[in-house]
Design a protein around this ligand. Sequence first.
Ligand code: IPE
Ligand code: IPE
Ligand code: MG
Length: 250
Amino acid sequence: MTYQEQLDKNRIPQHVAIIMDGNGRWAEQQGKERTEGHIRGVEVVRKIMENAVELGIKYLTLYTFSTENWNRPEEEVTALMGLLFKNIEEDVFIKNHVRFRVIGDVKRLPVEIQAKLNECIDHTKTFDRSCMVLALSYSSRWEITRAARLLAEKAAKGEISPDQIDEEMVSSSMTTNFMPDPELLIRTGGELRLSNYLLWQSAYTELYFCDTFWPDFNMEELCKAIYVYQQRERRFGLTGAQIAGKHDSK
Ligand code: IPE
Ligand code: IPE
Ligand code: MG
C-alpha cells in the first residue's frame, strides 16, 4: 500500500511548512551546475502545491530564500532572483484556486520582483481553498526583531502598555498572523536543523526530516511525512493519559 492510501483523510494537517533543501547537492551529484538544481526545484514546488491542494492542506509555507542566503555567491543569488521572477505565474494559482502570499523582508528583493509578487498576491486574494506562502528574504530572527520593534513603537505611542503584551499579541505581530501555526514541518536534504525558519511558530510543531533532495521530493514523500505525523501523539506538555482522556470525551 502506498502512504497516500494509508493516510487518515480526516486528520490532514492544516498548515505544512517545508524547508526545501538539497537543490545544490542534487545538481552536483549529477555533475551539473547548482542552478540546474534550483530549476528542477521550481518544478517540484509547482507539483507539491497541486498535491497539497489535492490532500486538503490549507496552508503550505515554503522556505524559498533565507536572510542568510543573501550571502551566497553573487551569481547564485542573481540566478535565484531570475528564476523567481520567471516563475511567479498567477495562472497556476488561479487554475488551482490557490491564494498566494509572501512572508519576509520583501523590500530587499529587486523592485520588478516586488511588483510581480504584489500583482500575484492581489489577483489571488479572493481564493480561500488553499494558500501558498513563500518565505522570501525571511528569517525568524528578522521576524521576531521586527515584531519587538512594532510592539515597542506601539508602547512608545501609548497605544498599548507593556504589561498588555502577551503571547497572542506577539503572535499577531508576526508576519504569519493570518494562519495557524504549522502542525508539521518537513525538511528535505538530510540536514537536521531549522536554519532560522518559523522558530516562534514551530514551538509545538512535529518535525520531519528526510534525506531526499528537494528536486526528488514528490507526492508519495509528502504523504509519508503526513503519515508519520499522524502516528505521533501530540501532548503539548500533558501526559499520555490526559491526551487519551481528551479523545474519549469527544
Ligand atoms: C535549497 O537548496 C534552496 C535554497 C536555499 C535557495 P540549496 O541551494 O541549499 O542546496 P544544498 O543544500 O546546497 O544542496
Ligand atoms: C535553508 O536552507 C533555506 C532555504 C531552504 C531557503 P540552507 O541551505 O540555506 O540552510 P543551511 O545553510 O544548510 O542551514
Ligand atoms: Mg542547503
